[in-house]
Design a binder for this molecule. Structure first.
Ligand code: ZN
Length: 302
């Protein structure tokens, strides 16, 4: 069942996987060596790392629920990784936003009976053809079974497995449909792509993202956290609150520098040349989004 989607999606994924998923090369999501690794965070919560966005997994007396599902060709591997933790089928998939490297498995999990949950704007984007100008890509509407059938506007929760999973919308951040997901009892926070631990974030202005919304999302994440919170970033290894705070401060600093240059009447080219992110470039500007890309996104967002 899963294999039927590979060919159709592989064409679309080639560019998107490079653009959206860090450190992913052409067809990397199909390579046999892609391995789904799981890490236990609490008795009931795990994180799965593979290619694409990090997956959160809740297991317990009510079954299994996941946050995001990477690329379609990985669904079987994701299922077998989950199978090692629980024999329960995946009842819900909660998408943090509409991007392919987080929702690519929706069709497969949907066909297996999972209910897809996401912000209303994720449904809007996945049910219509999207032009991603930043990457010169067109993404066709997803099949109905892959689209969220349960949507919300501001906040909703799933009370399952002896925890309350809060799904909190943060407006116009990485996209216009981002959710932060916080497990109150387990004290685990999934930031989706409102936190790229591997470096500068991709802010998808074409999908309604903005620098001020992104910073607000980070601050919302900080407000939900305490020093013991286990934080799952959209990409990269696990994080804690002090790392999230440092990341927030970094983006505030760069935003401030870019805003000052723009207010002085500097063009985008002159702003890039002034290197307003220089202090952070060696650590954050090498993995995925380069210094000129984050500066451009911030400049165009102000
Ligand atoms: Zn994304």
């Amino acid at each position: 069942m899963f294999k039927s989607n590979i060919i159709a999606l592989a064409v679309t994924l080639t560019t998107l996987s490079i653009a959206i998923a860090p450190a992913v090369k052409s067809h990397a999501e199909e390579r046999p060596e892609v391995e789904i690794k799981s890490q236990k965070l609490t008795d009931g919560i795990y994180v799965l790392f593979g290619r694409g966005g990090n997956i959160g997994l809740s297991v317990g007396e009510d079954g299994a629920y996941i946050i995001d599902d990477q690329f379609a060709p990985l669904s079987e591997k994701i299922n077998s990784a989950i199978d090692k933790i629980t024999k329960a089928p995946v009842k819900f998939v909660v998408n943090t936003h509409w991007h392919f490297d987080h929702t690519g498995g929706n069709e497969n999990f949907g066909k297996e009976g999972a209910v897809i949950v996401a912000h209303e704007n994720v449904h809007k984007r996945m049910s219509t053809r999207q032009e991603m100008k930043a990457f010169n890509r067109v993404v066709e509407a997803a099949p109905k079974v892959a689209q969220p059938s349960v949507t919300y506007q501001k906040e909703m929760s799933l009370k399952l497995n002896n925890d309350k999973m809060r799904i909190v919308h943060v407006a116009n951040a990485h996209t216009d449909g981002d959710s932060l997901i916080y497990f109150e009892q387990d004290n685990v926070l999934h930031m989706g792509d409102c936190y790229f631990k591997i470096g500068y974030p991709f802010i998808d202005l074409g999908s309604g993202g903005s620098i001020d919304g992104y910073i607000n999302a980070l601050e919302t994440g900080l407000a939900l956290s305490n020093d013991k919170t286990k934080i799952i970033p959209g990409h990269g290894p696990m994080a804690n609150k002090s790392e999230l705070a440092a990341y927030t401060q970094m983006l505030k600093d760069i935003r401030q520098n870019v805003a000052e240059l723009k207010a002085d009447g500097k063009s985008l080219e002159a702003t890039i040349a002034a290197k307003p992110s220089a202090k952070y470039d060696a650590k954050n500007g090498v993995a995925f989004i380069k210094p000129e890309q984050i500066v451009t996104a911030i400049y165009n967002s102000l």
